[in-house]
Design a protein around this ligand. Structure first.
Ligand code: FAD
Length: 280
């Protein structure tokens, strides 16, 4: 069985955050051995359009780790995508995660791309050599009627040129394995990394799960009830839960694990300490 991939995700600091915070995050991730670190992209007109490329450049040039730049197309026209691609090229990214993104309240979507697959096809035509990543949803995307429909659309994304998929967070490995089986049966044969988001903060778990349509299974519910007001204990339980999820998924032969660090490097480090031997 091939060694699974291990990758990380960080996000650009908020605009009013001190400039050094991303360095604190990246310094804190030293010692982990990710195949790449991906950098999220802010959807919406008011966002700083250069942040993702700048951080991707830093990750590659200063930390020696390949960087993958996310790009959300919901509010971008072709010219804006071209600009982003130029910046990513200058940053020498290892690939682009082509996303549709979400609508923002009060901002009408105004871009040229309806679905991530449209963006992927556009990038594929402009930059045939650029590796394209895409998002997938083990519990289906909230807007899809059912998993079969969502997987049908995922197939279009792969047909448009996406050659590596990264999943949305999920807390029950059985959901991911069932999705994986259906995706393979639908002819999707590219690597699919399982997205793991550690339980660190009760409020953010509930908010994120509601937003992503991810189920909170009984063991996680029990953790939130027991340690919801005890941040240190919840964090410890969250590290153990995420480590167990990763060990279980790797044992079942998944292609890789994408750890959502949420810019909490200490949590990522603690998890890595538990699971590093699985990626040797
Ligand atoms: P799509 O693949 O376009 O899918 C969206 C919906 O449209 C689905 O219901 C799908 O079934 C349907 N659909 C797709 N193609 C078609 C078609 N051809 N015809 C009809 N229906 C179709 N958000 C950010 O703002 N910034 C980020 O950096 C970011 N990074 C992410 C990273 C990962 C790994 C994941 C899983 C999500 C990320 N998101 C990010 C969130 C993402 O933008 C949202 O989940 C968004 O709602 C969907 O984006 P998508 O690229 O999956 O869309």
């Amino acid at each position: 069985m091939a060694t699974p991939i291990f990758s990380l995700e960080v996000f650009p600091p908020r605009r009013n955050a001190p400039v050094g915070t991303i360095y604190d995050t990246l310094d804190g991730l030293r010692g982990l051995r990710p195949a790449f670190i991906s950098v999220t992209y802010g959807t919406g007109r008011s966002k700083d359009r250069t942040a993702t490329a700048r951080i991707a450049h830093t990750i590659r040039a200063e930390y020696g780790i390949p960087a993958v730049a996310h790009l959300t197309a919901r509010y971008l026209d072709r010219a804006a995508v071209d600009e982003a691609l130029d910046l990513f090229e200058q940053a020498k990214v290892a690939g682009v995660l082509a996303l549709r993104g979400d609508a923002i309240e009060g901002q009408e979507p105004a871009g040229d791309f309806e679905h991530a697959s449209d963006l992927a096809a556009y990038i594929r035509a402009r930059r045939p050599d650029l590796k394209l990543y895409g998002a997938c949803y083990p519990e289906k995307h909230p807007e899809a009627a059912d998993l079969a429909e969502d997987i049908g659309n995922l197939r279009r994304k792969v047909d448009a040129g996406v050659s590596h998929l990264i999943s949305q967070l999920f807390y029950d490995d059985a959901d991911f394995m069932a999705f994986l089986g259906q995706a393979r049966a639908a002819g999707i044969d590219v690597p699919i990394e399982a997205g793991i988001m550690p339980v660190v903060n009760a409020k953010s778990v509930r908010t994120m799960s509601a937003r992503c349509g991810s189920r909170i299974p009984a063991p996680v519910q029990a953790m939130l009830e027991r340690w919801g007001d005890d941040a240190a204990s919840l964090r410890e339980a969250g590290v153990i839960y995420a480590s167990q999820q990763i060990a279980d998924l790797v044992a079942q032969g998944v292609d890789g694990i994408h750890l959502y660090t949420m810019n909490h490097p200490a949590v990522a480090r603690d998890i890595w300490r538990n699971v590093a031997p699985l990626f040797n």
